[in-house]
Design a protein. Structure first.
Length: 458
């Protein structure tokens, strides 16, 4: 008979048990379930709800159960449904009726709410550390070639010249926002729900604040119904992870393009690529492609969680058992990306010659001409029109913008001077963008200095 089966005359059917079980995926919560139970029984003894000796015996046996699990010497059974029942059953098997006291003044509803919050605190700490390593890899790679120039793109068309380091640092900014979102999520989930019971609290004189302090939470939950029904923290976490996935997908797309023969800007290390089963010459950027694909998975986990919660009445419903697979999948996916991406970035080779060649198209400096006219007092829209007419003239006559003599340029840009002819040098274009946040050499080095300090890099 199950631990909850007192009012039932039969155990669940085998197929119902298979539908109901969560031990196949929630067993990873074992350490946090044990930590919560140890704090709980310590409080029960302090409050005189159970004998101190019983609490000591339970805590000692919980440590033995944890060791058995970690040693692989623990049997999992579908009939026991979840990790909570497995650990409680093991306690009762070892301690008899005294072990059964562990569940005084709690329900699986507040117990699982506690376990998942404890688990996510640790995982968020791991992820934020992993994001820092990702940022470090990008900053170090950017610093190694801080003067390399390549075209920047809008609409996937050559737009203006930028520094390669500036491009990589854009992703450092994105991943910093991802880290901030995770840290914000951690603040909101760090609320202690245990003591809420099934939904209404307990008639026993428990001390929730004591358990809160024991487990390192910021505060106890204020409303027992909300405490057991709430999965906002899971939705928020999955949202943050999905946004991270979008950022990784965008970086992956850049790298995939840059690796192509048409671009040829970078080459990824062989350890991060695969070949073709048919074409011997192929070197495919599979890590980038797979990481781009994982974004769909992360977005799907978020949508699944939102859909799961959107129609649930208060308070706890068994539907919420489905939250963990989505959470675990997203965490595992992001953890995998964070393991492989930093070393891939660190070993990526860049082709400065190909970047510089692509950045040498004088059309990329058309905006420089327009802004030079603005310096001379021409309204920007007039300047834009004149430079546009110059570009049109060059296209119609099959000439590069930098191959036109000054007198010919003056036919469409009357204000042009000899200085205009020097505006087609990519290095000059970059150097002139010396404003906060710009791609100028001095500004990018300031950005690098900031991130070296922020990330504690030598």
């Amino acid at each position: 008979m199950t631990l909850w089966g007192g009012r039932f005359s039969a155990d669940p059917r085998e197929d119902v048990a298979l539908l109901s079980e969560s031990i196949s995926f929630d067993k990873r919560l074992y350490a946090h379930d044990i930590a919560g139970s140890k704090a709980h029984v310590k409080m029960l003894a302090k409050q005189g709800i159970i004998p101190a000796a019983t609490a000591d015996s339970i805590r000692e046996e919980l440590d033995r159960i944890r060791k058995r699990i970690e040693d692989g010497d623990f049997e999992y059974r579908v009939a026991l449904e979840d990790i909570h029942m497995h650990i409680e059953s093991a306690l009762i098997a070892a301690l008899g009726a005294e072990g059964a006291r562990v569940h005084s003044a709690r329900s699986r509803n507040d117990q699982v709410a506690l376990d998942i919050r404890l688990y996510l605190r640790d995982r968020i700490d791991d992820l934020t550390a992993g994001l820092r390593e990702f940022q470090k890899a990008l900053v170090q790679r950017a610093a190694a070639d801080d003067d390399a120039i390549l075209p920047g793109f809008t609409h996937l068309q050559h737009a203006q010249v930028v520094l390669f380091a500036h491009h990589l640092l854009a992703y450092v900014e994105m991943f910093d926002r991802d880290r901030e979102r995770l840290l914000d999520c951690r603040k909101r989930l760090n609320v202690m729900p245990l003591g809420s019971g099934a939904l209404a609290g307990s008639t026993l004189p428990i001390d929730r604040e004591f358990v809160c302090a024991e487990l390192g939470f910021d505060r106890v939950s204020r409303n027992s119904m909300d405490a057991v029904a709430d999965r906002d923290f899971a939705i928020e976490l999955l949202s943050a992870l999905a946004i991270f996935g979008v950022h990784v997908s965008r970086l992956s797309e850049d790298l995939i393009l840059w690796c192509s023969q048409e671009f040829g800007f970078v080459e990824l290390g062989d350890a991060f690529c695969t070949g073709s089963s048919l074409m011997p010459q192929k070197k495919n950027p599979d890590v980038a492609e797979l990481s781009r694909g994982k974004c769909a998975r992360l977005c799907g986990d978020l949508v699944a969680m939102l859909t799961l919660c959107k129609g649930l009445p208060l308070t706890y419903n068994r539907d919420l058992q489905e939250d963990k697979e989505r959470i675990f999948d997203a965490l595992d996916t992001v953890s995998m990306i964070l393991k492989v991406y930093p070393p891939m970035i660190a070993t990526m080779a860049i082709r400065r010659d190909r970047m510089r060649e692509a950045a040498s198209d004088p059309a990329l400096m058309a905006t420089d001409l327009a802004e030079k006219l603005v310096e001379l007092g021409v309204p920007f829209r007039d300047a834009h029109h004149r430079v546009g007419a110059f570009v049109k003239y060059c296209r119609e006559h099959g000439k590069a913008l930098d191959a036109v003599p000054l007198a010919e340029m003056q036919q469409t840009i009357p204000e042009a001077t000899e200085e205009f002819l020097s505006l087609f040098v990519p290095e000059n274009s970059v150097a002139k963008r010396d404003i906060t946040g710009g791609t100028g050499y001095r500004q990018v080095r300031r950005q690098l200095d900031f991130w070296r300090s922020e990330l504690e890099l030598d």
